[in-house]
Design a protein. Structure first.
Length: 148
């Protein structure tokens, strides 16, 4: 791997790992949320951002199997972060919603990401160039995901 490619690879990996570590530390500071993992937090985020928030659409967004999602949702339901609702016309369809407790975690998580983006971009002269570059990288990963 060439030096520049190696540097970019190291930066991608380091940024990814730092974000995950910082998210976890943020939650560890608040005793209210000691019982929720970052994986579960990302499930809450997907529930909140999917329309409609069905088990199928959420599993697809998270790129996990319905069985994996069911396991996470069961834990979140037991911890009172989510509610489940069966469709009266088609009982196979289950939609999810956040409880007040789940919404509070989602808002904390969103706040972290807003602060992260603001801090990461505050000194940039051209945020459009960064967005363009990130969209390009995102597109590459989308194509790679479809391939595999």
């Amino acid at each position: 791997m060439e030096k520049r490619e190696g540097t970019l690879n190291d930066l991608f990996l380091d940024i990814f790992n730092q974000v995950l570590t910082l998210e976890q530390k943020m939650f560890e500071q608040d005793a209210t949320y000691q019982d929720i993992s970052m994986t579960e937090t990302h499930v809450l985020e997907a529930i909140r951002k999917c329309d409609p928030p069905t088990m199928g659409s959420i599993a697809a967004k998270l790129r996990v199997t319905p069985g994996t999602l069911t396991s996470s949702v069961n834990k979140l339901f037991e911890k009172e972060y989510v509610d489940r609702h069966r469709n009266e016309k088609d009982r196979r369809i289950v939609t999810l919603s956040l409880t007040e407790k789940g919404e509070a975690v989602f808002q904390l998580h969103e706040s972290f990401h807003r602060e992260l983006i603001e801090a990461a971009t505050q000194d940039l002269e051209n945020r459009d160039e960064l967005e363009k570059a990130l969209r390009s990288v995102h597109g590459f990963f989308e194509k790679l995901n479809k391939k595999y």
